[in-house]
Design a protein around this ligand. Structure first.
Ligand SMILES: NC(=O)C1=CN([C@@H]2O[C@H](COP(=O)(O)OP(=O)(O)OC[C@H]3O[C@@H](n4cnc5c(N)ncnc54)[C@H](O)[C@@H]3O)[C@@H](O)[C@H]2O)C=CC1
Ligand SMILES: CC(=O)[C@](C)(O)C(=O)O
Ligand SMILES: [Mg+2]
Ligand SMILES: [Mg+2]
Length: 366
């Protein structure tokens, strides 16, 4: 493992050069990897592994016709590489649990029957194992239990693979029954297209992941956007102006600079006026939301968020009510304004400018 200094704390990271693709292929050459679930992560991981030359089959319930049809359209062949979930799980030696977290609880009794000794049970989230009191997912002692959790949407797991970039993942071994769990885990991590692999535990992964997606990555993000948009609109700003100053300028400009070189770098390349205001207001926002994040982490740690996911997402009419909720969000004024704004992005001009390298390196941090 390479040792990397993260802001003064040393952590170990697995690099592709330590665990090259040839070693992954060697490690998994006798394995049949059964990807159970063709939702978001399923297609990305299955297709990346197949394109990397691994022996992959897909298990998908035909009752979810849309997902079955997508698997067929992606080249999986019914009866050869695409099966009902139980048959795929029987055939697989590494069983990847990539149905939704609530569905993992529902299909567990069936999966458990397919876990012959020496097989590996794989997750991309610590959820089912860590909250076993609620999910009842308790693997037998004679199988490996491993996790690779890509740190991004499945869409990017596939897109980054196709662009050659890869995506970083965390990984953990919960149970090593065969003595090969660690190598199996890293080999699958490399096979699905991970770049760097960060060691974690199932518990640390799921606590941080649930906090992140409810917080800054998704929930808090949409919440603060709504709040700012509402205030601007209430003071007579047009929808386009309110949207531009809340979302468009972030996604099209400023957050890209944060990704490129950090927050201070983005600040450095904005006006002195903006920098002063942002530095002054940062602590106020932090103070306002800190209690909310503390409450969120508590709810994650005590399993309340898990109970909410299992009861809501496991309900029979959930897909219908989810569709309604997402449609309501998409049809709210802010996101309709967003649709109009996106149609006005000046793509042509951007292409011409990108041919020049003058003036694109940014202002240094002093
Ligand atoms: N979506 C993502 O990008 C990420 C997901 N993960 C984790 O990966 C795992 C899979 O998540 P997603 O790909 O989002 O799955 P998803 O939420 O898209 O699940 C869809 C799959 O579950 C199946 N399914 C749903 N209910 C079912 C039921 N009652 N019986 C049988 N099958 C059912 C669907 O047919 C489909 O194949 C989860 O543990 C998730 O937390 C981790 C990182 C990112
Ligand atoms: C993309 C990801 O890693 C999330 C947000 O945690 C998820 O989809 O569960
Ligand atoms: Mg995540
Ligand atoms: Mg998540």
């Amino acid at each position: 493992m390479a040792k990397i200094d993260f802001g003064g704390v040393e952590e170990e990271v697995i690099t592709r050069s330590e665990f090259p693709m040839a070693k992954a292929r060697q490690t998994l050459k006798k394995e049949v990897i059964a990807v159970i679930g063709y939702g978001v992560q399923g297609p990305a991981q299955a297709l990346n592994m197949k394109d990397n030359g691994f022996n992959v089959i897909v298990g998908q319930s035909k009752q979810f016709q849309r997902d079955w049809d997508r698997a067929v359209a992606d080249g999986w062949v019914p009866g050869k590489t695409l099966f009902e979930m139980e048959e795929a799980a029987q055939r697989g030696t590494i069983i990847q649990m990539l149905v939704s977290d609530a569905a993992q609880r529902a299909i567990w009794p069936m999966i458990k029957k397919c876990l012959a000794p020496g097989k590996a049970l794989y997750f991309s989230h610590g959820f089912s194992i860590v909250y076993k009191d609620q999910t009842k997912v308790i693997p037998p002692k004679d199988v490996d239990v491993i996790m690779v959790a890509p740190k991004g949407s499945g869409l990017n797991v596939r897109r980054n693979f196709l662009s050659g970039a890869g995506i970083n993942s965390s990984f953990a071994v919960e149970q090593d029954a065969t003595g090969r769990a660690y190598n199996r885990c890293l080999a699958v991590g490399i096979a699905i297209g991970s770049g760097y692999l960060f060691p974690t535990t199932f518990k640390q992964e799921v606590f941080s992941d649930l906090t992140g997606e409810r917080g800054v990555l998704m929930g808090a993000l949409a919440g603060i956007m709504d709040a700012q948009y509402q205030v601007l609109r209430a003071h007579g700003h047009s929808p386009s102006e309110a949207f531009n100053e809340t979302v468009e300028e972030l996604t099209e400009s400023l957050i890209k600079l944060v990704g490129e070189n950090g927050m201070d770098w983005m600040y450095s390349n904005c006006s002195a006026t903006a920098q002063r205001g942002a530095l002054d207001w940062r602590p106020k926002f932090k103070k306002a939301v800190l209690p909310v994040f503390k409450e969120l982490y508590q709810r994650v740690a005590t399993g309340k968020e898990t109970a909410r996911v299992l009861s809501a997402c496991g309900a029979p009419n959930y897909q219908e009510s989810l569709r309604k909720e997402l449609a309501e969000l998409g049809n709210s004024e802010i996101w309709l304004a967003g649709k109009a704004t996106r149609s006005l992005r000046p793509h042509q001009a951007a292409k011409v400018i990108s041919k020049s390298t003058k003036g694109v390196t940014g202002r240094s941090r002093n």
